[in-house]
Design a protein. Structure first.
Length: 483
């Protein structure tokens, strides 16, 4: 009996030591990130909002790199990191960032930071029902937090940082402020990176899955990061039998119909409105727009999301009731209203006190915050898509009051349609038409049929005085000064 007891005690102690050792090694890879950032003021695009300090989490992976979320270090002016259990803060720098998939890599040039640390490798996607652990430093705490949860769902969902849809893992574990960027582990490997939680719900968090992480890391290997391409189309499901008959679909054929194609996207000039996409790379698309994924199904965008820029895909398409095959080379494109932007300053141009900018999601958010309600301009542009003659939506943001623009001071957030009778395609086009205007008057036509008429010579002379009066250094943003 004594021998058996001693044996079991030895086994118990051995496994206890092994678990403690594994846990200890994992903790040596955990990093707290402190970011000082300064965001642009989209309502006054010539200035910044002022610095603020936030914190998040990350972990060390191979190559002396720290994996974290992009939103933790967005608009950063200064970044520091310290390892779990240590007090020394080291200055970090950004190696790579992709705001669309909300991932970033940092490093520390001081090699002392990586002494006595470990790195964690990337694993696979956990199955629904499997237990995982979330590591991080929630609510700005200095102590490492470890929470356990169960994978409840793997689906395509919207990433709040970029508003783009990607694969995500839902976990019934709390992901609080500060937890973002921390690894989600299973069997000691990274299966996800915690990045957002569900509002008005308890203990429901989301993680960026390992397939997205691997895509991000693989794309960096050649030193030229290109990001995640997209087809640039909108589609409608074909679950209605009558619709399928009208399109000429035979029994057993399934797919989705193309509604719109964005100018500048890889599909533009190849796909047509009314085309029925039956399959991508031989993978059949069901009438609800899904494709197989393990024991479940996902939106067909999952196939193209994991392609790299330059990859070629083959689509089986029904066009005019006849089957054809089309090849598309995957690429990036910028939609007519650019997705949320970071690490860049807003574009603006000022003439005669009229402040013009291009409409972005950032500007919409700024209006939303200011008025605490959905901006009306969003409803007016929500279905706009880019065309060869309209690549940006240019708006008259505000009017800096001056005698030269008297009567127009209340004009704001209005889409600019024409300059001197000519339609404009983008803000550079607007500037060209204003500055090369040889007529006595400048005529700006707005979306509500209102017009702004200025005398060119007087407006030009008033420019510098208006800028000086409002403390503005330049009549245009830095990106426009370079052109």
């Amino acid at each position: 009996m004594k021998k058996i007891s001693i044996y079991f005690i030895f086994i118990f102690l051995f496994f206890s030591y092994s678990i403690a050792s594994i846990t200890g090694n994992i903790e040596k890879a955990m990093v707290k990130i402190i970011t000082v950032s300064n965001q642009p003021d989209y309502l006054r695009p010539w200035q910044m909002l002022g610095q603020e300090t936030t914190s998040g989490s990350g972990c060390i992976i191979e190559g002396n790199r720290i994996l974290t979320n992009a939103h933790i270090i967005s608009n950063a002016t200064f970044i520091q990191v310290n390892k779990s259990g240590e007090t020394t803060k080291y200055v970090a720098r950004i190696l790579a960032v992709d705001h669309e998939c909300d991932l970033a890599l940092l490093t520390v040039d001081d090699k002392n930071f990586f002494k006595n640390s470990t790195s964690i490798s990337i694993g696979g996607i956990p199955d629904i029902g499997e237990k995982v652990k979330v590591y991080g430093f929630p609510i700005g705490g200095d102590k490492l937090s470890i929470t356990e949860g169960v994978v409840s769902r793997v689906e395509i969902g919207q990433y709040s940082h970029s508003l783009r849809n990607f694969l995500m893992i839902q976990i019934d574990a709390a992901i609080n402020q500060g937890n973002s960027g921390g690894p989600v582990l299973k069997d000691g490997k990274i299966v996800g990176v915690a990045f957002q939680s569900m509002e008005k719900a308890q203990n429901i968090g989301y993680a960026i899955p390992s397939v997205i992480i691997k895509h991000f890391l693989n794309d960096l290997k050649d030193g030229d990061y290109k990001g995640f391409p997209t087809l640039g189309i909108s589609t409608q499901g074909l679950e209605n039998e009558s619709y399928r008959k009208k399109l000429g679909m035979k029994k057993g054929q399934t797919g989705v119909v193309v509604r719109e194609i964005e100018y500048g996207s890889p599909s533009y000039g190849i796909l047509k409105e009314g085309d029925v996409i039956l399959s991508i790379n031989g993978i059949k698309i069901e009438n609800d727009g899904t494709v197989p994924f393990g024991r479940s199904r996902l939106d067909f965008s999952f196939i193209t999301d994991l392609k790299y820029v330059g990859d070629k895909i083959t689509l089986e398409v029904l066009r005019d009731k006849k089957p054809i095959k089309l090849n598309i080379v995957m690429n990036n494109y910028v939609p007519i209203v650019p997705r949320t932007q970071y690490d860049v300053k807003p574009t603006y141009y000022i003439f005669g006190g009229l402040v013009f900018t291009k409409l972005t999601v950032n500007y919409v958010y700024a209006l939303w915050d200011k008025f605490n309600r959905r901006p009306s301009i969003l409803d007016r542009v929500i279905y706009e898509i880019a065309t060869p003659t309209k690549r940006e939506i240019v708006i008259l943001q505000q009017v800096l009051a001056d005698e030269i623009n008297k009567g127009y001071h209340d004009f704001s957030d209005l889409i600019v349609k024409k300059v001197n009778g000519h339609e404009i395609s983008e803000i550079v086009d607007l500037i060209d038409k204003i500055e090369n205007n040889k007529d006595e008057f400048l005529e700006i036509e707005l979306e509500d049929k209102n017009k702004i008429i200025l005398e060119m010579e007087k407006a030009q002379k008033a420019n510098n005085d208006i800028l000086k009066k409002y403390g503005i250094n330049s009549n245009r943003s830095e990106d426009l000064r370079k052109q």
